[in-house]
Design a protein around this ligand. Structure first.
Ligand SMILES: NC(=O)c1ccc[n+]([C@@H]2O[C@H](COP(=O)([O-])OP(=O)(O)OC[C@H]3O[C@@H](n4cnc5c(N)ncnc54)[C@H](OP(=O)(O)O)[C@@H]3O)[C@@H](O)[C@H]2O)c1
Length: 251
């Protein structure tokens, strides 16, 4: 039987690549992002069954309406990948950056809750299913110049960990994926070299493998997994020295 999969942020980058890879496996897809035109571009690259929902994941009402429509047509999904996310450089001393801080937290953290919440009851009833959150290596330590993004992904990782335990007794899996650098419009704007950067297609294959293996937490690619572990272990004084010299995302 074909898998039923919801993917947010399916109009671009990693989300689009995930849609294309799962389509090759015969999945039925629910594709979400704000831009209908870009979702249609994704859909044109697919052969199987897919439904597009041009909604904003920060809009809870739209998320619940989307879920109602999906559940009516297809029933509870097997996998939900909360991948939609945004990233901007931000500085706390700049008053006008508040809106950027707010939209990053709203999208990258609360947007994931809004994506999962309308489906949890039906998936619990089904006694099966997998909720996947796309976090980031940027959530492992606080990144200067990108503290809103870094904080949003750190919070997301912890949110997903709590959720994993909450839902484990109902037969539901919660998986956290923390990518390093992936070639997408999000990284196209970075004016610095990005170590171990991989194509979105390759990232999608690695994410799908981690989901299949039901890994609770996976950093991709493996080189970034080593760097992520080191980042986690470094004492503050070494981290501060390294982070001070690191390049910053443009505001
Ligand atoms: N690229 C990397 O190196 C990298 C590394 C680590 C983690 N990540 C994470 O991977 C995920 C995908 O990023 P990407 O690199 O593929 O970036 P991307 O190409 O910019 O794609 C982001 C996607 O999210 C959607 N989106 C953004 N805000 C949304 C909202 N409020 N409601 C619905 N959809 C929204 C965008 O579509 P619309 O604009 O049409 O809404 C787009 O489809 C993000 O969570 C990102 O933080 C990326």
């Amino acid at each position: 039987m074909s898998l039923k999969i919801i993917i947010t942020g399916a109009s671009s980058g990693i989300g689009r690549a995930l849609a294309i890879e799962y389509d090759k496996q015969g999945a039925t897809l629910g594709l979400i992002s704000r831009s209908k035109a870009n979702l249609i571009k994704t859909q044109k690259q697919l052969k199987g069954v897919s439904e597009i929902f041009a909604i904003d994941v920060t809009d809870r009402q739209s998320c619940f309406a989307m879920a109602k429509q999906f559940l009516k047509k297809f029933g509870p999904p097997d996998i939900i990948i909360a991948n939609a996310g945004i990233s901007h450089g931000t500085l706390s001393e700049e008053v006008e950056d508040f809106e950027a801080f707010k939209s990053i937290i709203d999208t990258n953290l609360l947007g994931v809750l809004n994506t999962f919440q309308p489906f949890i009851a039906s998936m619990k009833q089904n006694g099966a299913g997998c909720l996947v959150g796309i976090s980031s290596v940027a959530g492992i330590r606080g990144l200067p110049g990108a503290s809103a993004y870094s904080a949003s992904k750190s919070a997301l990782t912890n949110y997903l960990e709590g959720l994993r335990v909450e839902l484990s007794s109902y037969g539901l899996d919660v998986i956290t994926i923390a990518p390093g650098y992936i070639v997408t419009p999000m990284t196209d704007v970075n004016p610095y070299s990005m170590p171990f950067i991989i194509e979105a297609k390759s990232a999608a294959k690695k994410i799908i493998a981690a989901i299949r293996q039901k890994k609770t937490y996976a950093i991709i690619p493996w080189q970034m997994a080593i760097i992520g572990r080191i980042m986690h272990l470094l004492p503050n004084w070494i981290w501060d020295c390294l982070a001070k010299k690191s390049p910053r995302k443009p505001r």
